[in-house]
Design a protein around this ligand. Structure first.
Ligand code: P1T
Length: 389
């Protein structure tokens, strides 16, 4: 069955799990978890389609079909983690001495991966404030190959104009990679805005329940897809069949979850903006956000991530974080439960203090992934913890 004309919510439930999907003879409503690591062949020289599970796995194929459908791209690929997807992408597309332009506010682990490539393969990386597209253009060199963006970015929730940057990049024959983890395809589809490659940490909103580590790449170009698929198999950066099943299951409620994450986040951001112990709030849904207009032009929502600075410094931030009772102090994001963390000491501790300072990540900064609990309980928890500092 083709779901091309169906809306996002319908595709998130059905694509890849059509009862007739498995060779026309199966009628399960839920995709089975195919655990077999290898497949029998009748003849030595005739391997058939399924040979070895790193290369072909039906549960993963079901999920990859859904990934492509949700980002509205021709192809989707599943990976063992967001960073496995990113590393595979780098192996597939970059050579020693190449140059990458990155948003100055990216997940710390992505910056760490860039550093690893700088040390091992002589990659050159320039980080710029991509919320100003002209700074991206100004950083282009003859050896530049990729522009790497997040929008909103992690952890400062800066927004960049994906269409404008893609236009600039394509004039110079560069590829644009957008990590769409924070909004998920429910709120934003970067490929429809001109990006060449969409990356996800599936671990977050797409899986949605803090029980899977996974990654994905979605794209339209057949030659690039073939290259990435070759590298996915050659590097072995694939997800397990059980994790694929959990993601297929989690995706069925993506739209419901994203709506609730967002309505809770909007209420919390507004509450924090008026709190005397909070000096600054970062949330793309606030009119005070510097790229509010770009955000509403290119995405249909603002998401569930909110960052803010407490009055004071590290001492106050740590005291606040350790007094919370409903929010869980933990790295990661995108699960149904509210998580909260200190970027400088946790998710972005893998980059240098100088880089954090240049990116604007202060010791008073706190980042939260607003869950789908009752918003009054969440606000009451924040209130009691803010009172204590
Ligand atoms: O953790 P993993 O699935 O490997 O994904 C890495 C990754 C990639 N891109 C973005 C935007 C991310 O936020 C992450 C992981 N981030 C966290 C663990 C975090 O707490 O920010």
């Amino acid at each position: 069955m083709s779901h091309k004309d169906h809306s996002f919510d319908t595709r998130a439930i059905h694509v890849g799990e059509e009862p007739e999907f498995f060779e026309g003879s199966r009628n399960e409503v839920v995709a089975p978890i195919y655990l077999s690591s290898t497949y029998a062949r009748k003849e030595v020289k005739n391997p058939g389609f399924f040979q070895y599970s790193r290369s072909q796995n039906p549960t993963r194929f079901a999920l990859e079909k859904r990934y492509a459908s949700l980002e509205q791209t021709a192809y989707g690929l599943g990976f063992a983690s967001g960073l496995a997807a990113e590393a595979t992408l780098m192996v597939a597309l970059l050579k020693p001495g190449d140059h990458v332009i990155g948003f100055d506010d990216l997940y710390g682990g992505t910056k760490r991966l860039f550093h690893l490539w700088e040390d091992t393969y002589g990659l050159k990386v320039t980080l710029v404030d991509a919320s100003q597209p002209e700074l991206v253009e100004g950083a282009i060199r003859p050896e530049t190959k990729l522009v790497w963006l997040e929008s909103p970015s992690n952890p400062l929730l800066k927004i960049c104009d994906i269409a404008a940057i893609s236009k600039i990049a394509h004039r110079y024959n560069l590829l644009v990679v957008v990590d769409n983890t924070f909004l998920s395809p429910y709120f934003q589809q970067p490929a429809n805005l001109g990006a060449d490659i969409v990356v996800h940490s599936i671990t977050k909103y797409i899986a949605g329940h803090s029980d899977v580590i996974g990654g994905a790449i979605m794209l339209n170009d057949k030659a690039l897809y073939d290259r990435l698929k070759f590298c996915q198999n050659a590097l072995g950066s694939v997800p397990s069949p059980f994790d694929c099943y959990l993601v297929l299951r989690g995706l069925k409620t993506l739209s419901l979850r994203m709506e609730k994450h967002q309505s809770n986040a909007l209420a919390i951001a507004a509450y924090l903006e008026n709190h005397p112990k909070v000096s600054r709030v970062y949330y793309p849904g606030l009119r005070s956000h510097p790229q509010y207009e770009t955000g509403i032009r290119q995405a249909s929502g603002f998401g569930g991530m909110v960052s803010f600075e407490v009055v004071g410094g590290e001492k106050e931030a740590v005291k606040f974080l350790e007094s919370l009772q409903v929010f869980t102090l933990a790295e990661s994001l995108g699960g149904v439960e509210s998580l909260i963390e200190h970027p400088a000491l946790m998710t972005h501790a893998s980059i240098t203090a100088k880089e954090r300072e240049m990116a604007g990540i202060k010791d008073s900064l706190i980042r939260m992934s607003v869950g789908v609990e009752d918003k009054a309980d969440l606000i009451a928890d924040l209130e009691q913890a803010l009172e204590g500092i």
